[in-house]
Design a protein around this ligand. Structure first.
Ligand code: MN3
Length: 203
């Protein structure tokens, strides 16, 4: 059973003006589609991956070739990314996630640390807010299409938020201003989905 490109959970223009319709169209229909197709090539070439979920594949990444790492990571990361975004200002932090953000030091500190990780990631990669093994929030980053679910990740945990800092994610609108994209992105966070993922991970 091949992996399928998941549809966006909203229209291509739903995240404007933070993320343009043009960026969303290329990012989903070209980039995410390409990761999906290449992941399927890698899975078809390796009998031990037959029937595995994408999360199971993340957990055995240290044994797998770059084709599966780069495209399996790209497949999972983008599916997650679409789901943890929503139209500007439509949700707010609440419940147990809001309490965890307060324990972290507050939303302003979380944003500052996350934006710093995203801006400081040399080349392509992702910035993350994860739940670590103690149930606390932690801010981290990964190169390329790596993520904190991979068994050989430097900082392992369950992602609650993540932002794509590849140039393809922002260049059409923000050009070389990665920090500007990182700052604006907070307006399209889907806090309800982030909260569900936090509660599932911390349970
Ligand atoms: Mn991308």
């Amino acid at each position: 059973m091949a992996f399928e490109l998941p549809p966006l959970p909203y229209d291509y223009d739903a995240l404007e003006p933070v993320i343009s319709k043009e960026t969303m169209t290329f990012h989903h229909d070209k980039h995410h589609a390409a990761y999906t197709a290449k992941l399927n090539e890698g899975v078809a070439a390796d009998p031990k991956l037959e029937g595995k979920t994408i999360e199971e594949i993340m957990g055995m990444m240290s044994t797998l070739p770059p084709l599966v790492r780069n495209n399996g990571g790209g497949y999972w990361n983008h599916d997650f990314f679409w789901k943890i975004m929503a139209p500007v200002g439509s949700t707010q932090p609440s419940g147990k996630l809001a309490e965890a953000i307060t324990a972290y030091g507050g939303l302003d500190k979380l944003k500052e640390d996350f934006n710093g990780k995203g801006a400081g990631q040399f080349g392509s990669g992702w910035a993350w807010v994860i739940v670590d093994s103690s149930g606390a929030l932690k801010v981290t980053s990964t190169p390329n299409q790596d993520n904190p679910l991979m068994d050989d990740a430097k900082d392992k945990g369950t992602p609650v938020l993540g932002n794509d800092v590849w140039e393809h994610a922002y260049y059409l609108t923000y050009k070389n201003d990665r920090p500007g994209d990182l700052q604006a992105w907070w307006d399209v966070v889907n806090w309800d989905e982030a909260g569900r993922r936090f509660e599932a991970a911390a349970a």
